[in-house]
Each structure stands twice: as C-alpha cells, then as structure tokens.
Design a protein around this ligand. Structure first.
Ligand SMILES: [Fe+2]
Length: 157
C-alpha cells in the first residue's frame, strides 16, 4: 500500500529513494567491513580495538535501519541483501588479509571517509530535491561518521 505523504513531490520522493538505497548499500558494506576488522584484528591493544570496532558498527547500524525504513515510508523498496550490496556498494572492497590493528583502523577509516563524503553529497541532493526529512536523516548519519572517524583515528599512533 502506498504511503500517502503530503507536501512531497514525486521527484523529491524518487530522488530520496535512490539516494537512500545507494547509501544503504555503502553503509551495509562498511558495516560488514568493520565486523571483518573486529574479528581479525590482533595485537597488544586487541581488546580496545576489537571492542571499538563493535561500538562503531552499532552506531552505523542505527543509521542503516533509518535509511532502509525511510525508503519504506516513501513507498520504495529497501535493497539490502548481500548479493545486491556486493554489486551496488561504491566502497572499495575490504581486504581479508589484514591483522595489525593499525592496518585495520586505516582500512576502516578510508572507507568511513569515503562513505561520509557520499552521505554529505546525499544531504545536498535530497535537500535540493525538496525532501528536508531525508536530508536531515543523512545529516545525522554524516555526523556519526565524522565522530567515529575521530574515535578510530585517535587510536593511530
Ligand atoms: Fe564479537
């Protein structure tokens, strides 16, 4: 059943659905990459970094859920299967041969920075299309990405 939202143009709705699904794919790929880091990291400060990855992932996953559910509110189809995400994510593939904490933090940060930049572009795209609510949702996601970049980079020597 179509959700009848008033005061939102068809273009605004369609732009928002496209932007949300694009960033949803990136966020899911990033989330899986962070879990990969959480599992495989080794070294002296193992517990600190291992746990940090999980807290960063948990914060990211909140935004994943908000993006997917906003698609449903706008009468779209949220696309979040691993098969689709593998094809549509724009993030660089995460390496499976890393072990050192520094290498994992750097690899996650590179992808977090890329994701953050694309979310920021999505704020402007949805705002210009006339969907301030989706722009606001992306603003929250980008603020979390910025803060978690700080958390992660603070662990680099
Ligand atoms: Fe775990």
């Amino acid at each position: 059943m179509a959700v009848n939202v008033k005061g939102l143009s068809d273009n605004a709705r369609k732009t928002a659905i496209a932007e949300l699904n694009a960033r949803l794919a990136d966020a899911l790929a990033l989330s899986a990459a962070i879990k990969q880091a959480h599992w495989n990291v080794k070294g002296r400060n193992f517990i600190a970094v291992h746990e940090l990855f999980d807290t960063v992932k948990a914060r990211l996953d909140e935004h994943v859920d908000m993006m997917a559910e906003r698609v449903q509110v706008l009468d779209g189809v949220a696309v979040g299967t691993v098969e689709k995400v593998a094809k549509t994510s724009t993030l660089q593939e995460y390496p499976t041969d890393l072990t050192k904490a520094e290498d994992h933090i750097k690899a996650v940060c590179e992808r977090m920075r890329d994701y953050g930049e694309k979310v920021r572009a999505a704020i402007d795209a949805t705002d210009e299309a006339g969907d301030a609510d989706t722009a606001d949702l992306f603003t929250g996601a980008s603020r979390t990405a910025d803060k978690d970049l700080w958390f992660l980079e603070s662990h680099l020597e």
